[in-house]
Design a protein around this ligand. Structure first.
Ligand code: PMV
Length: 327
């Protein structure tokens, strides 16, 4: 039995812009997906149980027992199946000759905006690597997971699988020429408290990314100006994070949310969560990830504020998850 795990992530600055080569900043969070791969000798063991998220294809069966937003697994069913096949191919692993059972669990809730798909890809690549001694190092696991991410995100930037594989706080800049991406590890002086607000809506990252591309092509001038602001913001944000100037980090997160509103990837529920967070003492708040649903993130300076913001989200019918980043 081989085991593997992948962190969830939060994008602090410049989701969507990152797809076009603008620097972005993300962090792993203290929640994971854990995958177990087992060899199967009897083909009858390849029958899926029929519970939500169970599926089978070409020599493998998956039992997905991750906690999830209602409807998430159903919405992602096809993406997940395609993704698993892409991972097998990238890992040069033949499931027709090596039948396997895959079991997924862990404390990372499956919902858009938290890197759930990347955590699945990374944890599966690692579990396969471990069970079959494939000899892949972390860079290679990251590259295999990236192939799996394509099923969910179309043209993923690679930020999610990178944060999920390596952990910690990272600055990520996509290489638009197709070569190696520019990845820098950032070290914060101390861990930072955040609250991730769950809108309880399952959104489609692929559609959100495609929407930005379409609107950008329709109005290049408007988008060029917004993208320039995002570029400047990334540089300031990195400096503020390194200086542990949380007030400035929060202020820049608020500005980043405005840019994301302008490119139309937020949602009224995310905007409401942002408002709740700010009213309850967060230093800054913004949507995070693909948007149109999923999560937002609030920066909270201390435990008391973190508790208050999370409780206010719960009271308004959402879900506030208290997390640590930069660890
Ligand atoms: O929705 P998530 O958590 O998978 O994040 C997507 C991040 C985007 O920038 C919108 C897309 C990407 O590939 O970077």
């Amino acid at each position: 039995m081989g085991k593997g795990s992948g962190f969830g992530k939060v994008i602090l600055f410049n989701e969507h812009f990152v797809v076009y080569g603008i620097p972005s900043i993300a962090s792993a969070i203290d929640a994971k997906t854990e995958t177990v791969v087992e060899r199967v000798t009897n083909p009858s063991q390849l029958n899926p149980s029929g519970t939500e998220g169970s599926m089978a294809d070409n020599g493998w069966v998956l039992e997905d027992q991750r906690p999830a937003n209602p409807g998430y697994k159903k919405t992602k069913f096809k993406h997940q199946m395609e993704s698993i096949n892409l991972i097998m191919k990238a890992a040069k692993f033949d499931t027709a000759t090596n039948n396997i059972r895959i079991h997924m669990a862990g404390d990372l809730k499956a919902v858009g905006g938290v890197g759930a798909s990347a955590a699945v890809c990374v944890s599966l690549a690692r579990a396969l690597n471990s069970e079959f001694d494939l000899g892949y190092n972390d860079e290679e696991i990251n590259a295999i997971a990236y192939e799996g991410e394509k099923a969910y995100a179309g043209t993923p930037s690679g930020i999610d699988n990178t944060a999920s594989t390596f952990g910690g706080l990272i600055r990520f800049q996509k290489n638009l020429e197709g070569g190696e991406n520019n990845i820098e590890t950032l070290k914060a002086k101390k861990p930072i408290r955040i609250v991730m607000g769950n809108s309880r809506l399952t959104a489609n990252t692929k559609a959100a990314v495609a929407g930005v591309r379409m609107r950008k092509e329709e109005d290049p001038q408007k988008y060029e100006a917004i993208f320039k602001e995002a570029q400047e913001l990334a540089e300031k944000a990195q400096k503020a994070l390194m200086a542990y100037d949380l007030e400035e980090v929060g202020r820049l997160m608020n500005l980043n949310h405005e840019l994301l509103l302008q490119i139309e990837v937020s949602h009224e529920k995310l905007n409401e969560l942002v408002k709740i967070a700010r009213e309850n003492g967060a230093l800054g708040a913004k949507m995070t990830g693909g948007g149109l649903g999923g999560y937002m993130v609030a920066l909270t300076p201390d435990k008391e504020t973190q508790d208050r913001v999370a409780a206010a989200m719960d009271a308004a019918g959402y879900e506030g998850h208290k997390r640590m980043i930069g660890v």
